[in-house]
Design a protein around this ligand. Sequence first.
Ligand code: C2E
Ligand code: CA
Ligand code: CA
Ligand code: CA
Length: 278
Amino acid sequence: LKSALRSFTPTRNDARQNFDPQPSMCESDLAAAIAGGQVVPYYQPKVDVQTGILKGVEALARWLHPERGMIPPDRFIPMAEQCGLIHDLTISMMDQAMAQAAVWHSRGLAIKVAVNLSPLSLEQSDFMHRIMALVDRHALPADRVVLEITESSVVANKGNSLGTLARLRLKGFGLSIDDYGTGFSSMQQLARIPFTELKIDRSFVHGAHERKNLRVILQSALDMAQRLELVTVAEGIETMEDWRLLQDFGCNIGQGYLIAKPMPANELPLWLKGHHRR
Ligand code: C2E
Ligand code: CA
Ligand code: CA
Ligand code: CA
């Protein structure tokens, strides 16, 4: 019955249902992949828009499948959420990203590492406990870790997710509102949740220099975030025009293909060398 119901549940992305006709097989595949270390973070630089200095990285999940090659997160995160594997996936991603951040810190690269949270993680009762165990194990100050959360994810406050966010903030974690502008009740949430960062969705960033409507929304969002004393991040910077506009608008941090695509941890030092020379 459970799987019958599942197949009638409308989803945001129909592609995810076509992904595999045998969900149970997929589940065990993904479970084994997570446990076996095939799901790894790639890191995308977050740089200061005014100076170009590297401020942090965002960890983005990649499934390095031995036969099928690299599978992007849109193909397996929804599946992980549906079949209850998202908790293990999130913890595994955090574990790897924190271990990597600790290595970078030990080499003098004091950048922050951002991890994406599924709304489901926040509803899990022992999430707080598991994440605290991780920062302890890696001896990483919580203020070096940013948790990116999509704005629509905490609307329902299921399982007291709002309370969990407040407690995470008190522990020192940065809280970033992700994909800003694409969800609902964003204003309400901004007032209720102690966010530290606002990340404007790329649909308002790329091309804003030539489209007035986008530009107005972008500037208003930045202005509001600045007044709320939030760090402003623009994602999806693809061209010099995008970059210059964000500089003019006083945006703090930028991320996008113009700066760098997500990369394995071992490629970051080389990228950084080339980036400094520019
Ligand atoms: P997101 O958190 O909004 O991440 C940004 C996405 O935009 C990434 O796609 C990134 O590669 C892509 N991107 C970065 N710069 C540019 C650009 O200049 N232009 C364009 N067109 N795209 C750019 P990716 O890595 O495929 O991730 C897709 C989504 O999957 C993420 O969106 C996030 O919602 C989810 N995701 C990824 N990793 C995780 C994870 O570990 N846990 C959870 N819960 N979700 C994850
Ligand atoms: Ca994100
Ligand atoms: Ca985003
Ligand atoms: Ca997104």
